[in-house]
Design a binder for this molecule. Structure first.
Ligand SMILES: C[S@@+](CC[C@H](N)C(=O)[O-])C[C@H]1O[C@@H](n2cnc3c(N)ncnc32)[C@H](O)[C@@H]1O
Length: 265
């Protein structure tokens, strides 16, 4: 794996920035303050009384404009605009408060630190699992890790298909990790599931490393792979390329729209 350019984020002059979700929250708070200021001070001077609908549109509009100005990804202004509207609509349903707490708790243990990693949970498909299986070394027992293993489907599939190998998954979020542990126990799978951050692993311990992360995670993953992977080992990334690093493999599992990139060390 050879980089065509220096790693992003290496400039000593770049200011550290909050993750997008934190920026979005701060922007909503700022928009709320601006809306309150306009509703209670500025607009009454012009004889305009602000009702809830106007306040919601005002806050959404201000938040969306600030979000565009901060140049967050293109979907963020829409989310920011709709957020106050959705909040007011949901509150108007008068649901009991435990529903909010329960929904929040489930989302918390499912997504955990997605706001930091910018990698939410979504599963890969069986066609991708079969392609990964095909790429495992056949001349020796493969040591495989899925970095961000979700509910463990890929790891358990490979452990079933290659009884000679060692198959592990590491997952940051508690709910998918626990579910994969239970699934492996109940099905008698030899797949191992660790809870933690893949950044703490030594990539030198594996022959094949599989990632299905996000564009935001790729530069750091590339640096770690280049520093730690052993000669002959293979890094696979489903859907997301490494900016500036040409892949040696570019596959379309099942001849569909899925993409699997690969780099040999
Ligand atoms: C897109 S899902 C992929 C799930 C699974 N690999 C699959 O192919 O079905 C990405 C998963 O990576 C996890 N994740 C994100 N950053 C991580 C990190 N630094 N260490 C471990 N897991 C991480 C997320 O919690 C999420 O469950």
């Amino acid at each position: 794996m050879h980089s065509r350019r220096s790693q992003p984020g290496a400039s000593p002059h770049r200011l550290p920035s909050f993750p997008p979700a934190v920026q979005a929250l701060l922007i909503q708070l700022l928009a709320l303050l601006a809306t309150l200021g306009m509703a209670f001070h500025a607009l009454p001077l012009l004889d305009v009384q602000v009702n809830v609908a106007m306040a919601v549109l005002l806050q959404g509009g201000i938040a969306a404009a600030l979000t565009r100005w901060r140049r967050l990804a293109p979907w963020w202004p829409f989310i920011q605009f709709l957020f106050p509207l959705t909040l007011v609509l949901v509150l108007s349903l008068g649901l009991p408060s435990w529903i909010y707490l329960s929904a929040f708790s489930v989302l918390l243990i499912l997504y955990w630190s997605t706001f930091r990693t910018q990698v939410p949970y979504y599963p890969s498909r069986a066609a991708v699992w079969h392609e990964v299986e095909r790429l495992l070394p056949s001349d020796r027992p493969p040591r495989f890790i899925d970095i961000g293993s979700g509910f463990g489907g890929l790891t358990m599939h490979l452990a079933r298909r290659r009884p000679d190998g060692d198959f592990a998954g590491i997952e940051l979020a508690p709910l998918p990790w626990f579910a994969s542990l239970v699934r492996a126990r109940l099905s008698g799978s030899r797949g191992r599931f660790l809870r933690g951050d893949y950044a703490d692993l030594d990539f030198g311990d594996y022959d094949v490393i599989f990632a299905y992360l996000s564009p935001a995670a790729m530069p750091a993953l590339a640096s770690k792979a280049m520093a730690e992977m052993k000669p002959g080992s293979l890094l696979l990334s489903h859907e997301f390329a490494i900016p500036g690093v040409e892949p040696q493999l570019l596959l379309h599992p099942g001849n569909g729209r899925d993409v699997l990139y690969g780099w040999y060390r």
